[in-house]
Design a protein around this ligand. Structure first.
Ligand code: PLP
Length: 229
């Protein structure tokens, strides 16, 4: 569904104000970056949000990321890969030059990615995805293994620049459980700050306010921006 500029402006304003409110509850000094998740929307809406000042967009499939990078080539957009990365798509992703791979979810994948990056003489910035709620349906390293895996990737993958962590909040209506999953991720992020981590990416349309109150400094928002009601 293609939305008109006024509708997108209203949605965006709402999200920005909600971010602002949550940010101030946490700390005046917290700066939160908004990543527009465009996976379910049309290219036209991406263009409009660009005109409204947005620069960072996220996709969860390499195929769609690549086609959008090509189609929107003339705009200075920064693309984030936020979905599970299959090994056979690594080369395609590298060629698309994403600004950040947010879904690096195992040492195994990191080693394979590093190998391909090395062969192409390139580097890639990435976040370690943590399965903080320990849900079987989600990818990511278990919280108790996160620090160790982060260290190992830093030691053995020189072509990957780790910038922090990413997590999806617990899949439940129970706010306390969601909050606790964000707190788990944040405490890992805190420990990794000495290792140079600067990004704690958590929060989506349903829970970004709570995520920010728990210390998130990067939110990934899709449906709240593209709703038509
Ligand atoms: C789809 C997706 C989002 C955005 O979800 P909304 O609920 O539409 O805001 C954020 N992060 C990841 C990893 C996603 O796959």
């Amino acid at each position: 569904m293609i939305l008109d500029k006024e509708k997108l402006r209203d949605n965006l304003d709402r999200v920005i104000w909600d971010i602002e409110e949550a940010r101030l509850k946490r700390s005046e000094h917290l700066i939160v970056q908004l990543i527009v998740v465009s996976k379910y929307t049309e290219v036209e809406n991406i263009k409009t949000l660009y005109e409204l000042g947005q620069r960072n967009f996220g996709e969860n499939q390499v195929q769609q990321l690549v086609s959008r990078v090509e189609e929107l080539d003339e705009l200075p957009l920064a693309w984030h890969m936020i979905g599970t990365l299959q090994k056979n798509k690594i080369n395609k992703l590298i060629d698309a030059n994403p600004v950040l791979l947010q879904s690096l979810d195992s040492l195994d994948l990191a080693i394979e990615l590093n190998k391909r990056l090395e062969a192409k003489g390139k580097t890639m910035s990435a976040l370690l995805q943590i399965n903080s709620a320990k849900e079987e349906t989600k990818s990511g390293v278990m919280p108790e293994d996160a620090i160790d895996t982060y260290n190992k990737i830093q030691e053995s993958c020189p072509n990957i620049e780790l910038k922090g962590v990413m997590s999806i909040g617990a899949h439940t209506e129970d706010k306390d459980i969601v909050k606790s999953s964000f707190e788990t991720t944040y405490s890992i992020y805190e420990k990794l700050q000495t290792k140079g981590a600067t990004i704690c990416s958590m929060g989506m349309s349903e829970d970004f306010k709570l995520a920010i109150e728990c210390g998130s400094n990067m939110v990934r928002v899709g449906s709240a921006l593209f709703k038509d009601e």
